[in-house]
Design a protein around this ligand. Structure first.
Ligand SMILES: [Zn+2]
Ligand SMILES: [Zn+2]
Length: 143
């Protein structure tokens, strides 16, 4: 399944989430403001995030695009079924499903400075998991 590349960033007009595709034409769903982002050739042609087109920040972190609610629902279901399955095996099955789902999840990159989210791009090898020390420079917190 090919994913569509999408950049979600804060709308400069109202602060709500605006989204842009590979053409850099961003549009805010909340207020309708249109923002043109200038995408680097790396971003546009190779789909590798090198810098954030919304704030020009060059530090990003990556994480799995994990839907915590879905993961939690599976765990709760596993726990609810546990008394009815041999040796509480549904708990282990639920944990295994969560683990497999996690591995299948795509990675997303997030800008430390402005929190823009990059979906459907390839991972830049320079980017690593969330680093509190880097985040502190920008005064951001893990969301
Ligand atoms: Zn807006
Ligand atoms: Zn940014």
């Amino acid at each position: 399944m090919a994913r569509v590349s999408e950049i979600a960033f804060a709308c400069p007009t109202c602060g709500a989430e605006a989204t842009a595709g590979l053409d850099g034409q961003g549009r805010c769903a909340a207020c309708g403001a249109e923002t043109a982002l200038t995408l680097s050739s790396s971003l546009r042609d190779q789909r590798v995030v090198d810098r954030c087109p919304a704030c020009q920040g060059e530090q990003l972190w990556v994480k799995r695009d994990f839907n915590q609610r879905a993961g939690l629902a599976i765990v709760i279901l596993g726990a609810a079924l546990a008394p009815f399955t041999p040796f509480y095996s549904s708990l282990f099955v639920a944990a295994a499903i969560d683990a497999v789902l996690y591995l299948l999840l795509p990675e997303i990159a997030i800008c430390y400075r402005c929190q823009a989210v990059f979906r459907g791009f390839r991972r830049n090898p320079r980017h690593e998991a969330f680093d509190l020390h880097v985040a502190e420079q920008y005064g951001t917190r893990r969301s």
